[in-house]
Design a binder for this molecule. Structure first.
Ligand code: FES
Ligand code: FES
Length: 202
């Protein structure tokens, strides 16, 4: 029995060493040639689509059921858009499609072909932050920051829609964006500030 245990340990050790060696060798090869790294496995039902994100057209291969949130994060490495509830309740995944704010977790990626998608990564005009981004920083409109990209995308649309006319209106029209840290007072202050700087009354 003791001999069997030693043999088993040796076998597991050798397997682990071999697997580790293969992983290390693969990592070295991928570092030298990133294109050699395997992408998502393609299944027969996958479809090729082209998404225009932040002014750049990019081809992606997705399952028909893939939502825009996963297409952005998993296929285009645009991880600024956050996944909170994944069911349309929290607003963390808010992006703009043709200028309108939407929950990307409830939007099929394949339905977005031919539309202009803007994510938090596309707001700033390097090196200048978007005025709403700057206002969130100036007013400490966040704590952990997880909800912040969605809050900012909603706030930008809210101001452009001319709806930031009072504190109550801001709270109402931002009610689809939850903040578990409770940064709401500072978020309202940031939106009011950005609204004033845009030349609108708040
Ligand atoms: Fe989309 Fe919560 S992740 S609404
Ligand atoms: Fe933490 Fe809003 S800043 S959830």
């Amino acid at each position: 029995m003791a001999e069997l245990e030693v043999t088993r340990r040796r076998f597991l050790g050798a397997s682990a060493a071999t697997a580790g060696g293969v992983v290390a060798a693969n990592r070295l090869a991928w570092a030298a040639d990133p294109a050699a790294q395997p992408g998502p496995v393609r299944t027969p039902d996958m479809i090729d689509i082209v998404l225009e994100v932040n002014g750049r057209r990019q081809a992606v291969t997705v399952e028909p059921r893939t939502n825009l949130l996963d297409a952005l994060r998993e296929h285009l490495s645009l991880t600024g858009t956050k996944k909170g509830c994944d069911r349309g309740s929290c607003g963390a995944c808010t992006v703009h499609i043709d200028g309108r704010r939407v929950n990307s977790c409830l939007t099929l990626a394949a339905r977005c072909e031919g539309k202009a998608i803007t994510t938090i990564e596309g707001l700033a005009r390097d090196p200048e932050l978007h005025p709403v981004q700057a206002a969130f920083i100036a007013h400490d409109g966040f704590q952990c920051g997880y909800c912040t990209p969605g809050q900012i995308m909603s706030a930008v649309a809210l101001i452009e829609e001319g709806r930031a006319v009072s504190d109550d209106a801001i709270r109402e029209w931002m009610s689809g964006n939850l903040c578990r840290c409770g940064a709401y007072p500072n978020i309202v202050a940031a939106i009011k500030d950005a609204t004033r700087n845009s030349g609108q009354e708040s």
